[in-house]
Design a protein around this ligand. Sequence first.
Ligand SMILES: Nc1nc2c(ncn2[C@@H]2O[C@H](COP(=O)(O)OP(=O)(O)OP(=O)(O)O)[C@@H](O)[C@H]2O)c(=O)[nH]1
Length: 191
Amino acid sequence: MDLTGVIIAGGESSRFGKPKAFAKYKGKELYLHAIDSLGNITNKISVIAREEHMECYQPPIHLLKDDPLFKGLGPLAGLYTVMSQVEADWYITLPVDTPCVNREILQRLLPGDNAKVQAFVPIVTGRKQPLIATYHYTAKQVVYDLLIKNKRSMHGLLDQLRVQYITFDDSCEPCFYNVNTEEELRKLQLE
Ligand SMILES: Nc1nc2c(ncn2[C@@H]2O[C@H](COP(=O)(O)OP(=O)(O)OP(=O)(O)O)[C@@H](O)[C@H]2O)c(=O)[nH]1
């Protein structure tokens, strides 16, 4: 199985006030946490970053910027970018701001035998987590069709794919925590 890891890091970090990718959690930048987590399951990883930050990542990293057609249209634009520029059967996505996702979680999202499934998506405490999920390359056209109509919702994408939902125990919720503000990161450091 050809699986590419995708770190979605092209957001504005407006609530955080500075680029989240380079904020430190437990002494290490958030983007490096994401690389380490995905590195447990694949050695092919692409980071979809903002153009103005390309120089700030430490090589060797495969960096991409949003396809100009959909630049800034949210995480869906990041998914489209990697699907159109990196050939793979499957893409496993991770936002740059979820430093507690671990190998056990990602392993449960690896594609299974059901050839009809186009996405494996976690559900935790009743909430779908489409940003931390695995997508088949056949989803690319669906992503394109949404973005070209300026539809940016990842949940909207799920509505149009054959999805297998993976339900996680409520106790896993902290692993899915995503950091939006500096205050949230400070609190997380204390836990
Ligand atoms: N490639 C790409 N990634 C994005 C884009 N917008 C958001 N993301 C990423 O998607 C994930 C979730 O983004 P949000 O938390 O909603 O947005 P954010 O820009 O990080 O933060 P805010 O500006 O405070 O909303 C983060 O990892 C972002 O880096 C985009 O337009 N392109």
